[in-house]
Write a protein that binds this ligand. Structure first.
Ligand SMILES: [Zn+2]
Length: 88
């Protein structure tokens, strides 16, 4: 018998659990590696441009667009443009 609803939904699949663990994090504490210049930055320390419908994060070192979050009618879309890795 499953201990919680996540176990029921994920069916005990270790890969699904890893994906769940990788997506349950505080994004402001995440470090991000720029694919263009290889700089690793704390995401919470980077400037965020935009407003209520869109947020854009650029590499502080080279200015490449690392991440863009867009609010749509169907939900939020997160695009990782020049981000090589996220360290959770
Ligand atoms: Zn960069």
């Amino acid at each position: 018998m499953a201990d919680n609803i996540a176990d029921l939904i994920l069916g005990g699949d270790p890969g699904a659990h890893l994906l769940q663990e990788a997506s349950a994090f505080d994004i402001t504490l995440t470090k991000i590696r720029c694919a263009a210049c290889n700089t690793v930055s704390c995401l919470g320390a980077l400037a965020v441009d935009g407003g209520h419908r869109e947020a854009l994060v650029k590499c502080a070192d080279c200015g490449s667009e690392l991440m863009r979050a867009t609010r749509t009618q169907k939900g939020c879309v997160l695009e990782l443009h020049s981000a090589r890795h996220l360290y959770l």
